[in-house]
Design a binder for this molecule. Structure first.
Ligand code: ADP
Ligand code: MG
Length: 341
């Protein structure tokens, strides 16, 4: 039933930022070297994600919007070994398309065409697929560059109850910004850009390291105050095998926790234990309710972390949260100490 499907979709895609997250993950999964995100009105009117990734043939495109279709699991083994790609449920495009007017233009990369049926030539143009409220409206050949552009217009146009829950444009854009920022910082080798209502918010070059990405995203003042963290063997006992990245000099700290970009095994997540560990390390150096900037990567054996607190939420828990808190605290503290702080 359509209504049930739309309600379910609303649970999965809560707001424009959820769509942005899924689309950016798809672009990264497709090996893109550049990912350009443009939104209008905080993403409520338009979300556009353009990449230069592998691209899709017409058949790929038709399959991509079907429910539970994914090209990312080839065997049960993949499932059991913890799939390496970001998406694997095969429902994002279908779901986003059922609560919006979505247009996908895609053209396979030249180097990935031969591996198909061998019927060369046909991929010289791309395909445009229009998907509205869960229905394929049209599929047509179109001229477009290699890669994929997904445009999501009028999110929740057919689910007014969900649309009512959207906050102000500024708040929705803040969520979008946070999502794109996290992926940009974690993938300095990919050129990631974000624009809002036609104005560029940031753009990374895709040719730098973490420091360069921090500079592009947060600006010179923050970037020049960043202190490297790189601890593995010296960590106190606990599940974390390493903690690496950068944290800010206390003088640069701001009054928002949104500046904590934390990752577990490469995935952008939030975890109470990690946040508390970071805050603990700054201790009394944080006046009032100021938060540091941090971009911190944590490696942990897969079985010590529960990523499925909620499949769509970015929150994770550890079997031993206390130990993780102590480990993060120690890692950040040692970095600050090395800088005489
Ligand atoms: P999932 O990512 O879980 O597989 P999605 O619904 O997000 O499910 O995407 C469905 C399929 O569409 C993907 O498995 C992939 O084959 C294809 N796809 C989606 N986005 C892109 C993209 N930007 N570039 C290339 N292929 C894509
Ligand atoms: Mg996906």
């Amino acid at each position: 039933d359509d209504t049930v499907a739309r309600i379910a979709a609303g649970e999965v895609v809560e707001r424009p930022a959820s769509a942005v997250k899924e689309l950016v993950e798809n672009s990264l999964d497709a090996d893109a070297e550049s990912v350009d995100v443009a939104v209008e009105a905080g993403g409520t009117e338009l979300v556009r994600v353009a990449d230069d990734g592998r691209g899709m043939s017409e058949a790929d495109l038709r399959a991509a919007v079907r429910q539970h279709t994914t090209s990312k699991i080839e065997s049960l083994e993949d499932l059991e070994s913890g799939v390496a790609t970001l998406g694997f449920r095969g429902e994002a495009l279908h779901t986003i398309g059922s609560v919006s007017r979505t247009t996908i233009r895609s053209r396979p990369r030249a180097d990935s065409r031969d591996s198909g049926t061998g019927s060369g030539g046909e991929a010289d143009v791309g395909t445009e697929l229009v998907y509205e409220g869960g229905e394929v409206v049209s599929v047509e050949p179109t001229g477009c560059p290699e890669g994929t552009v997904v445009e999501v217009e009028d999110l929740f146009y057919n689910t007014p109850a969900r649309r009512k829950f959207l906050k102000t444009t500024a708040t929705e854009f803040a969520h979008v910004n946070r999502v794109v920022t996290r992926y940009a910082l974690a993938n300095p080798d990919v050129a990631v850009s974000l624009s809002h209502d036609g104005r560029e918010v940031f753009a990374t070059t895709g040719q730098g390291d973490l420091q360069a990405a921090v500079l592009a995203v947060y600006g010179r003042e923050v970037a020049s105050s960043m202190i490297p963290v790189d601890v593995d063997e010296q960590l106190p006992p606990g599940p974390l095998e390493s903690v690496t990245g950068v944290v800010s000099h206390p003088e640069t700290n701001r009054s928002s926790r949104e500046y904590l970009a934390t990752y577990v095994n490469g995935r952008a997540v939030t975890a109470d234990a990690i946040r508390e560990g970071i805050m603990g390390a700054y201790g009394t150096q944080l006046g009032g309710d100021r938060y540091p900037f941090a971009v911190l990567f944590h490696e942990v054996p897969g079985d010590a972390v529960d990523v499925n607190v909620h499949p769509r939420k970015r929150e994770v828990r550890f079997d031993d949260d206390d130990a993780v808190r102590r480990q993060v605290d120690a890692a950040v503290e040692s970095a600050l100490l090395e800088h005489g702080l």
